[in-house]
Structure formats: structure tokens, C-alpha cells
Design a protein around this ligand. Structure first.
Ligand code: ZN
Length: 187
């Protein structure tokens, strides 16, 4: 058996677990991807697969299999590796500038109208976020999450239940969300 063979794993999960452990949670997703493809050339490995594993290790079904230190590193290194902040600011500022100009142009000297348009745009954008969260909450609920995923307090319904992003630097998507009670969410 050559060297390459001996570093191969039975399953991708075995490889990922070993990779996380030997790197003590400091995982470079790019390096991991290369390792996965080297051992499993037919794999359709995507970044979203790593995000799923990371989520399951940090707070999901694999959470008991890794020490706290590793889990903490995982969420920290993740933040370092997905840092589009500069890009977000660049585009965000440009869009904001244009939005402000458009609002000023539409309202003219009417300060009340300006205030109202401003409010309208603001609340619609916020509404977009809320609409995105609803189906995610529902899918977690339907998957059997019926209690706060931090303190275990049972939920009677989805009312007042908060959708929490495990990694706050990332968007709301399946692998990055938990249901929390309001106390845990606000703490
Ligand atoms: Zn709670």
C-alpha cells in the first residue's frame, strides 16, 4: 500500500472528523476540500457540505464527539475564512448612497415625505429578512425541534421563538440556524 492509500478513509465523515481533530478545529475549508477530493475523487464536495459538518460539530448531532476547545476554534476560524466585510461595505455603501440620493430626489423639500419614504424602504428591507426566516423556522420545527436548542425549554408553538444564526457573520440558511427561546436569544 502506498502512502496515498494509507491516508485514505472509509467515509468522507471519517476524513472530516480526523481533519478537524488533527487541526484542533483550525480548519481551512480549501485544504479540507483538497483532501476530500484526493481521497474521494468522485465526490461532489461543496463548501455547503463543510458548513453542514461544522454546524453538526459545533451545535448539532456531532457536538458530543468534539471537545469545547475544538468547537470554539471552528467557529472562530470560520469567521476568519469567510470575511467578505470589505466587499459588503464597498457595495453596501454604494447602494446606500444611491438610495439616499433617490429618496432625496423623490421627496424634494418635503421633509415629511422624505421621512415616510425612508421608513418605507427601511421596513420593506427588514420585512424581506423576516420573510426569509419564516420557512426556516418552520422547517426546523417540522424536523422535530420543539425546545430551545440552548437551554432546552420546551416550545408550545413557534410563537415567540427566535431563529438564531450559529455563525452571525453568515446568512440565514438551513445549516446555520437554531431555534432559541427569547431569554437565550437576547443573552
Ligand atoms: Zn433557551
Amino acid at each position: 500500500m502506498d502512502d496515498k492509500q494509507s491516508t485514505c478513509y472509509r467515509t468522507i465523515k471519517d476524513l472530516v472528523f480526523e481533519f478537524v481533530s488533527t487541526h484542533d478545529g483550525c480548519v481551512d475549508p480549501e485544504e479540507l476540500r483538497e483532501r476530500v477530493l484526493a481521497c474521494f475523487p468522485g465526490s461532489a464536495w461543496k463548501d455547503s457540505h463543510w458548513r453542514w459538518y461544522r454546524y453538526q460539530i459545533c451545535t448539532g448531532k456531532y457536538a458530543d464527539e468534539f471537545p469545547e476547545r475544538v468547537k470554539q476554534r471552528l467557529s472562530e476560524t470560520n469567521r476568519r475564512h469567510t470575511q467578505p466585510r470589505g466587499l459588503v461595505k464597498k457595495h453596501g455603501d454604494r447602494i446606500l448612497r444611491q438610495a439616499r440620493e433617490l429618496i432625496a430626489e423623490a421627496a424634494g423639500r418635503d421633509v415629511v415625505l422624505r421621512f415616510k419614504i425612508n421608513r418605507w424602504v427601511y421596513s420593506r428591507l427588514q420585512q424581506d429578512e423576516i420573510q426569509k426566516k419564516k420557512p426556516l423556522k418552520r422547517s426546523l420545527w417540522d424536523a422535530g425541534v420543539r425546545a430551545c436548542q440552548r437551554c432546552g425549554k420546551p416550545f408550545a408553538s413557534l410563537r415567540g421563538v427566535h431563529l438564531h444564526r450559529v455563525d452571525a457573520s453568515e446568512d440565514y440558511y438551513d445549516g446555520n440556524c437554531q431555534l432559541l427561546c427569547s431569554i437565550c436569544h437576547d443573552s
